[in-house]
Design a protein around this ligand. Sequence first.
Ligand code: DHB
Length: 381
Amino acid sequence: MLSHLLHLQGIDSVVVESRSRKYTEERVRAGVLEQGTADLLTETGVGARMKREGMVHYGVELRFGGCGHRIDFKDLANGRAIFVYPQNKVVADLFDARLAANGRIFVEAADVSVHDFGDASAQTRPKIRFRANGQPQEVECDFIAGCDGFHGVCRPSIPAGALTVFERIYPFGWLGILAEAPPSAEELIYAYHERGFALLSMRSPEISRLYIQCAPDEDISQWPDDRIWRELHIRLATADGKWKLTEGPILQKGVTGMRSFVVEPMQYGKLFLAGDAAHIVPPTGAKGLNLAASDVLVLSRALKEFYASGRKDLIESYSKTCLRRIWKAQRFSWWMTSMLHRFDTDNGFDQRRQLAELDYVTSSRAAAQSLAENYVGLPME
Ligand code: DHB
């Protein structure tokens, strides 16, 4: 995305990707785009397939006590919406756009390392070294953007002590499945249940994406398909018994841990961290991909200003600008997570607090509006 945004400003970039194109385009990841992220794709000319295949949702359901309560974005968030369109398709669309514009992308890059980025005023230029097509490569550049994820090389290449880590690890994970079954609801359902959280989402009119709260180190081999469906039926059931969950062949399943994580600052000399390289949110509320999009939008504008006028102030304030939005999304993701999951240490207090919170959020316009405006996304900058 950053490479695409820079290209539109006439700024050259090289993308170094450790995976294959096929892997990045097929790996199932997030699926919910905030209004601002969807607008960014459309405005920059990479939103055509999203418009065709994506699903616009004007609400979500909170289900608890066997009863569904809709949060109506049209009414509560000024007509803004979310777009259900898978991240791997966004990546594929961006690959197409960059290659159509003769963008340089190295895929399956091995042994990637970053160098000479530490001093923002130094004359030496940063370098990225790696192996591609069996050959050693070196890219010399003005700046490095570390968009290489939580496990990437950029963050650990910054000297210890320069970054402060803020972190919270949750005592649960999500077991997620992709199923060849038409979604059983038109909108997403976040279900609170005494056995744990469940989420009904989707990828297309034919494919459902469903999650259940599990142990962080849950052994997936203990979850044959029929056990997963049984648990989903229980956690998503309505008290009137009218709602039906449609089953289908499970195409993929996996367990993800959950953490909140932020490093500050998000820049060191001529290296900028963006997306998961700098921060992780627990998945509840689907903010991860959207935060990565707003980070690179801020960075592209800062670089545009630098190349147009030589002004460095936007570059120097990159971290501060991003962190204001990131911390609000951290707060929202933590809040959604705390409201909807079962905590093993609970002596009954949390359960009552959670039910009171859900009751409040679905009966107070002010509280529902707060959820809605965060869910569709706070301003990108
Ligand atoms: C999805 C993931 C989320 O974390 C969420 O809150 C909603 C939907 C998804 O993968 O579809």
